[in-house]
Design a protein around this ligand. Sequence first.
Ligand SMILES: *Cc1c(COP(=O)(O)O)cnc(C)c1O
Length: 408
Amino acid sequence: MPYSALSHLDCSKTGKRYEADEVQGVSDAGVPLLARYDLEQVAATVSPAEIASRPATLWRYHEVLPVRDESNIVSLGEGMTPLLPLPSYGAEIGVPGLLMKDEGLIPTGTFKARGAAVGVSRAKELGVTGVAMPTNGNAGAAWAIYAARAKMKSLIAMPVDAPSITRAECVVAGAELYLVDGLIGDAGKLINAAVAGRSGYQEVSTLKEPYRLEGKKTMGYEIIEQLGWQGPDVILYPAGGGVGHIGIYKALLEMRELGWLKGDLPRLVAVQAEGCAPIVKAYEQGATESVAFPDAHTVAFGITVPKALGDFLVLEAVRATEGTAIAVSDEALLEEQRRLAEHEGTFICPEGAACMAAAKQLRESGWLREGDRTVVLNTGAGIKYPETVHVDVPTLAIDSRIPAASAN
Ligand SMILES: *Cc1c(COP(=O)(O)O)cnc(C)c1O
């Protein structure tokens, strides 16, 4: 059995086949390419028990990842993040079995590390010497960091409003960084034009190369493995570009074909912020694609994507699994971010908090049942977004006193 069972790439719309061992962007139809594997061969040679005996990184699924030669792997130890029970919070919102896949505990503090680890490794294997991307911050930070480890160059453009820590991460990793007075789409146009004039660089924008998705799909493999190779009833994911959502769905389909996952697929829920909810709108209107969302704005910066290239794939995953799409307000998600930290001792990112707010609302509406085994993705660490917490504490002069009893 070779290290990777990668066989080819498929156009996600027409099914047209593409060669996997050369650098590829989108298909001729202008849509994402999906990596395909010889799953029959994998099923015949690898068992879930063997996977379980491997080191605790996402590379334990290497047969269904695209890197052919192990020596090309660029790793910072990413993967196998905890699946944490949230008993107090879960009981409070009426879903006592609530679990949180905590991606805050991964290199760079967000799940973007998964896409970067696999994407950079495969780019290196194919001879790419520089990666270029527009970003809302976290992806750029992760790709800059992994590119540095791979001895590759990185060219990043992000909105000036993106979380400032992500700028620092790009700079410290030696990236060529530009701040753009606009949204991620505006940054994308600049990157696209710049790459056309440079040699050795690959444009690695969201879903414009096939392997970031492969890294992100490992969240799906891990959730199923961590539940003893069983699916939960529901998975909630904060959808921006939708890569994680599409990746988890892809992983579920692969595992079903491998015979590693039996029974019904979990219902997949795409969560967005009310200030940028193109996919929710399309879902509600019964559309197969979204329309660019006007004046996009939310504190959950990672999901500020007015029009995603893979929107049709997110909608397909939601409908095929009998899931749903829901938008929550910034006010609601910030409230849950705080409540979760107070009640469970975990400081999550606003995008993850959006999923908590969504779980609460879906339980209130009855869509989510009390006994549903529910997994929420917390896609990053709250400490990457210190500005989302309003801090109002008293300053003491040196001769004043701290009260004898706590006020709360
Ligand atoms: C990028 C990002 C998202 C959205 O991810 P997609 O896969 O593009 O939908 C969610 N949360 C955080 C913290 C992010 O950085």
